[in-house]
Ligand binder design. Structure first.
Ligand code: UDX
Ligand code: UDX
Length: 441
């Protein structure tokens, strides 16, 4: 049984630690935030991630997963140290690797010879070289520096870790790469070995390409809104091509979360640092930002003539299955509505506590039907399954207006149109009732 330390107990670190324990390793999570650490040590999870609670409880009970803030106790006993601390975007878009480098420095104070450092956090190409310089300065012999980027989607992170499409291992020496790959021996997936810099950059390329597909479909949606075509049907047609595939072709409010926005901006900065324009990346960011503005315009148009105009927002998390509101489209649109003096009533199945900390001055309701009361228009911002099954006749009766901006093209247009709703896409097209629901990603 290999002993592994995982530094950082956030979305990435907790999933990594629990899944490494599931693979049979002895895991110590190192977390600097005292309140978060206290929760973890008392058996409570600070985040919502489907399936994590079971793994967390199981391996804590087996004594295979524990948490501390004491590097001196954890690191000397570890053969591997995974760095999973946050790499937030700086104002200039570059990734802030200060938390990563600080964590490495502390690890090196207690590292035994032969420790393998594994950077799980998303870091710019070349960060591994900076870490290697810290290793040299530390004088600890035999410490290897490797990169093992994560491809975890919030809401499906456990499956993405244990049944990945591939495992990427970036190392400058074959032995180190093999040692890291062996940690994943129980996982049925190809291991792609490459250089450290390649692994670091591949993570950004992967996220940026996924974001590009979405922004591309939002560009197509804007054209559809004027050309009289159905973007969902175009997604179905384009996605049927095996070379393209159906995933990540859903137009709407666009992408949020702690990764795509941060990683596209960081890749733009990397391009600029190497004298590259990053033309496509700039456009991908611009189109994504425009979607939020367009949704706000649709809603403002819908309520403009009303005194005490009120908009209902269904969904606050950046996507279903998570309580994470980081860079969530809903929050941007709500911010614009408030600036315009429009009242907002909101619901989300699990993200309201997080949203209330960022947006305390709007109405939050545990019951989505209460969101409809007196509203002149509704925005579906997150396609939680429970919204698709609402009694929309009741919603219509409780509303003052009849406009729905379906930010995720997820609602049954035929049913809603028959109830007297006007269903708009973010681009402003009245969604027609005759087509089939689009392929969901
Ligand atoms: C983040 C990014 O979202 C992801 O793209 C990147 O790959 C890793 O960093 P995430 O887990 O979402 O992943 O970050 P976050 O939820 O902010 O958790 C980071 C955790 O590390 C926090 O609990 C923080 O307290 C902890 N931390 C940070 C430490 O324990 N020590 C530190 O020095 C810094
Ligand atoms: C993403 C990557 O998928 C994952 O591989 C990486 O490790 C971290 O970043 P995540 O941000 O958790 O994962 O969620 P994801 O499912 O990728 O969705 C990102 C955003 O894109 C969400 O706001 C979602 O609503 C949006 N999206 C996704 C679309 O707008 N259209 C789509 O077709 C798919």
């Amino acid at each position: 049984m290999t002993t592994v330390s995982v530094i950082g107990a956030g979305y990435v670190g907790l999933v990594t630690g629990a899944c490494l324990a599931e693979l049979g390793h002895q895991v110590v999570g190192i977390e600097c935030d005292r309140s978060r650490l206290a929760m973890l040590c008392s058996g409570e999870l600070p985040i919502h991630e489907p399936g994590l609670d079971e793994l967390f409880a199981k391996h804590r009970a087996f004594g295979r997963l524990c948490f501390t803030d004491d590097y001196a106790a954890a690191i000397p006993a570890s053969s591997f140290a995974f760095i999973a601390v946050n790499t937030p975007a700086r104002l200039d878009g570059r990734a802030d690797t200060s938390f990563v480098l600080a964590a490495v420095r502390t690890v090196l104070e207690y590292a035994r010879p032969g420790l393998t450092l594994v950077t799980k956090s998303t870091v710019p190409a070349g960060t591994g070289d900076e870490i290697e310089r810290l290793v040299e300065l530390s004088g600890v012999p035999g410490v290897e520096v490797t990169a093992n980027p994560e491809f975890l989607r919030e809401g499906s992170a456990i499956a993405d870790f244990l049944q990945p499409d591939r495992i990427v291992v970036g190392a400058e020496g074959a032995a180190a790469g093999t040692r890291v790959a062996q940690l994943f021996a129980g996982v049925q997936a190809p291991v792609l070995h490459c250089s450290r810099r390649t692994a670091e950059l591949a993570k950004y390329a992967s996220n940026a390409l996924l974001a590009t597909r979405i922004s591309f479909m939002n560009e197509i949606e804007a054209i559809c809104a004027r050309a009289g075509a159905e973007v969902e049907d175009i997604a179905r047609i384009v996605g049927a091509d095996r070379r393209i595939g159906p995933a990540f072709l859903s137009a709407g409010l666009g992408w949020g979360g702690s990764c795509f926005p941060k990683d596209v901006r960081a890749l733009i900065a990397t391009a600029a640092d190497h004298g590259e324009e990053g033309a496509i990346l700039h456009a991908v960011l611009r189109v994504n930002r425009r979607q939020r503005e367009a949704a706000f315009e649709r809603l403002r148009e819908a309520v403009s003539c009303r005194d005490g105009a009120t908009v209902g927002v269904l969904g606050l998390a950046f996507k279903p299955g998570t309580d994470d509101i980081r860079e969530a489209p809903a929050l941007d649109v709500i911010g614009r509505l408030i600036e315009d003096g429009i009242r907002v009533r909101a619901h989300d199945p699990i993200a309201m506590p997080n949203a209330q900390r960022s947006l305390p001055h709007i109405g939050y309701f545990e019951d989505p039907y209460e969101v409809a009361d007196g509203c002149d228009a509704l925005l579906l911002a997150t396609e939680w399954p429970e919204y698709l099954d609402l009694d929309w006749r009741t919603m219509r009766r409780r509303m003052r207006g009849a406009v729905i901006v379906d930010g995720r093209h997820a609602l049954d247009v035929e049913r809603l149109t028959a109830l007297g709703f006007t269903c708009l896409s973010v681009g402003g097209r009245r969604r027609s009732a005759q087509r089939q629901p689009a392929l969901r990603r």
